[in-house]
Ligand binder design. Structure first.
Ligand code: UFG
Length: 328
């Protein structure tokens, strides 16, 4: 990136947002964080980074941040992200993701922000007949989490069409791993994501774990996901900021590698990297899970010049395992 930017990182004390803060610092930019600490951790905030405690739906706070720091761009990570929780408590997701994001976009437009990178999700696609999934696929979320993000995408798209705001919407597939330098990783408690749970089991932090569903229409009957290393995902955000800085037109792109691994594949890799068998039992399907979610990431590569550096499940797992060993 050529010019230095001041970037407002929402959810900057969370798992993915904290990796963005590190990447911005590494590249010589200035991150400013807003986080309500509903799931964020102070431990993940590097010292010296300006930190505002509050929700992105607090328009007065967002106005104050934009006023006190010359914000050049926004990277909006803050959200509730647990698929099964969204099935049990949909209103939490519609309020915290869709409503608060709408308020946040409005405050950004009011403050004259022109560049916006938004964290969306593969959950907007739901079950598809074709794999890998490209951005032209019909959106048919299987759960309120996906719907809440899809609605936020619409708000952003329509707002950009009516103002001089430009955006990059990134639809994440399954983000996993940790900073290869060990500076950040997942701290969520209780853990819900497969690789986090599996590495916890591998280091004895939990006695056993379950495979949710063994009767899916996949080769081994378990769900298939496209696991992307968090550092490669963040590289896509950095490329998106650079693209918008150069005046690139609004765009939407998938973030994944283009190949998937089943739940059983992942557990085999975790057991192999950890050097010990995991205590795993089969369990019924979890509500809201699509059978297969694999990204066609052609657009991310061509439009943003993105190329992955960590496209290796063993690397993802070993970085997650190292973080878990050092931080549990
Ligand atoms: N799983 C298990 N056992 C566990 C945990 C998970 O079998 O203990 C299975 C799930 O049922 C699913 C797969 O592992 O089949 C992956 O589950 P995760 O909870 O790790 O991830 P999800 O696919 O449910 O969701 C993640 C993100 C979402 C994103 C979605 C897109 O949390 O934000 O990927 O694929 F939308």
């Amino acid at each position: 990136m050529s010019e230095r930017m001041t970037v407002l990182v929402t959810g900057g004390a969370g798992y993915i947002g904290s990796h963005m803060v590190l990447a911005l610092l590494d590249a010589g930019h200035t991150p400013v964080i807003i986080d309500d600490f509903s799931t964020g951790h102070e431990k993940l905030v590097p010292s010296g980074v300006p930190l505002f405690r509050g929700n992105v739906g607090d328009s007065a706070l967002v106005a104050e941040i934009c006023d006190s720091h010359k914000i050049d761009a926004v990277a909006h990570f803050a959200a509730s992200i647990v698929v099964p929780e969204s099935v049990a408590d949909p209103l939490k997701y519609y309020v915290n993701n869709t409503v608060n994001t709408t308020r946040f976009i409005a405050a950004c437009v009011d403050a004259g922000i022109k560049r916006f990178v938004f964290s969306s999700t593969a959950a907007v696609y739901g079950n598809q007949d074709v794999s890998p999934i490209n951005e032209g696929a019909n959106t048919q979320p299987e759960n309120p989490y996906g719907s809440s993000k899809l609605m936020s995408e619409m708000v952003l798209r329509d707002s950009a069409a009516a103002t001089d705001l430009s955006y990059v919407i990134l639809r994440y597939f399954n983000v996993a791993g940790a900073d290869p330098q060990g500076r950040s990783g997942q701290l969520s408690q209780p853990a819900t994501h497969l690789i986090k749970i599996a590495v916890e089991a591998a280091i004895g932090k939990r006695a056993a774990m379950q495979v949710y569903g063994t009767d899916y229409p996949t080769p081994d009957g378990t769900c298939i996901r496209d696991y992307i290393h968090v550092s490669d995902l963040i590289a896509a955000h950095m490329a998106a900021l650079s693209y918008l800085q150069k005046g690139g037109a609004s765009l939407l792109a998938n973030c994944g590698y283009g190949h998937g691994a089943s739940v059983r594949d992942v557990l085999d890799v975790v057991a192999s990297v950890a050097g010990k068998p995991l205590d795993v039992t089969d369990a019924p399907r979890r509500p809201g899970d699509a059978a297969v979610l694999v990204a066609d990431s052609t657009k991310l590569r061509s439009a943003l010049g993105w190329a992955p550096r960590y496209d290796d499940l063993r690397q993802i797992v070993s970085d997650a395992l190292a973080w878990e060993r050092n931080n549990s």
